[in-house]
Design a protein around this ligand. Structure first.
Ligand code: AMP
Ligand code: TRP
Length: 334
């Protein structure tokens, strides 16, 4: 039986993923592996749009892949690979760039935000065409669904537009993918600033729970998380963002419903609740961290796994690219 295809990816932009990446992306990816034929990439070509240190990029790429596996993405079941290992990505991105309007690319809000933040000198053309490369990632695999955070929805919409445009002009080369947007209950906020999303690029480290942190450090961060003066463990995103965020993390990591956690801590203070959550965090991340560190201790083996997965990915991607080359009229080399 053929399963529908799923594609997603993350940039190798830090040494460790944070709990938001884990809950918002990895746990959902892990759970979709059975129902879908899944492709997960570490998008190192995308990472080049940021200030780059070559040795660090290599290290972060391995670390990101190791954390995918440690979190339960199985390289024997899903195709887990490094984007630059499959050359078709950059090649299809070029073709797609020729059917993308300048104005259309210029409307991407992530580009507008980033270029405004960095200023003209730090804004490279790669950042501008970033969504086109992302469209190539998705379209090479005849993808049916793309699970992403809501900040990426516009890029998946562009991907759909490009697929439809290409298909209308040259015939049906691409499956038109559907974005599956992460639920609000999967969004994690900074422990010190619970109205801002937890992020790998947060200014202060105190509000970020890193997957590869020492468990004792993570426990301490939970104990110091910002709450409020009410003293009741109760979900209310508006007036109790700190406690609500801790409840979200608790529920996501244990698979429990929030009301059942509220009941458990009824009449008890935040100290008890945080102690409970710290335990949950340590129990969940401890084994993930160990697994990731084990994988990183044998980079040769990890690289072999990534290479064989890249071969599998390239088989699919090359077939799509070859069809596209024919359709647009590139003369095939004999
Ligand atoms: P990023 O680290 O921003 O490149 O995000 C990689 C993936 O993790 C995307 O699918 C995001 O939606 C997800 N993600 C990142 N931060 C969070 C967060 N604070 N809460 C939930 N999901 C997140
Ligand atoms: N742009 C995505 C992000 O920042 C990462 C990404 C690149 C991606 N290519 C993709 C996500 C393809 C889904 C599908 O999170």
């Amino acid at each position: 039986m053929t399963r529908p295809r799923l594609y997603s990816g993350m940039q190798p932009s830090a040494d460790s993923l944070q709990v938001g990446n884990y809950i918002g992306a990895l746990l959902q990816w892990r759970d979709l592996q059975d129902a879908y034929e899944a492709f997960f990439s570490v998008v190192d070509l995308h990472a080049l749009t940021q200030p780059n240190d070559p040795a660090e990029l290599r290290e972060k790429t391995r670390r990101t892949a190791a954390q995918y596996i440690a979190a339960g993405i199985e390289p024997s079941r899903s195709t887990l690979y490094v984007q630059s290992h499959v050359r078709a990505h950059a090649e299809l991105a070029w073709i797609l760039s020729t059917i993308t309007g300048f104005g259309e690319a210029n409307r991407m809000t992530q580009f507008k935000d980033k270029s405004a933040r960095y200023g003209t000198d730090q804004t490279n053309v790669g950042l501008f065409t970033y969504p086109v490369l992302m469209a190539a990632d998705i379209l090479l695999y005849q993808t049916d669904i793309v699970p992403v955070g809501d900040d990426q929805k516009q890029h998946v919409e562009l991907t759909r537009d490009l697929a439809e445009r290409f298909n209308a002009r040259y015939g049906a080369a691409f499956t038109v993918p559907i974005p599956v947007i992460q639920k609000e209950t999967a969004r994690i906020y900074d422990l010190q600033n619970p109205t801002a999303k937890m992020s790998k690029s947060a200014e202060s480290d105190a509000g970020v729970l890193w997957l590869l942190d020492d468990p004792a450090v993570s426990a301490k961060k939970v104990m110091r998380a910002v709450t409020d003066s009410e003293g009741t463990v109760r979900y209310d995103r508006e007036s109790k963002p700190g406690v609500s965020n801790l409840l979200t993390i608790y529920a996501a990591l244990t698979g429990r419903q929030i009301p059942s956690i509220e009941d458990e801590y009824a009449g008890r203070g935040y100290g008890d609740f945080k102690k409970g959550l710290a335990e949950v965090v340590v129990n969940e991340f401890g084994p993930v961290r160990e697994r990731a560190l084990d994988l990183l201790a044998d980079p040769g083996e990890l690289d072999r796994v990534l290479a064989s997965n890249a071969d599998r990915a390239a088989e699919v991607a090359d077939a799509t690219l070859s069809d596209v080359y024919d359709r647009v009229g590139l003369l095939r080399r004999s």
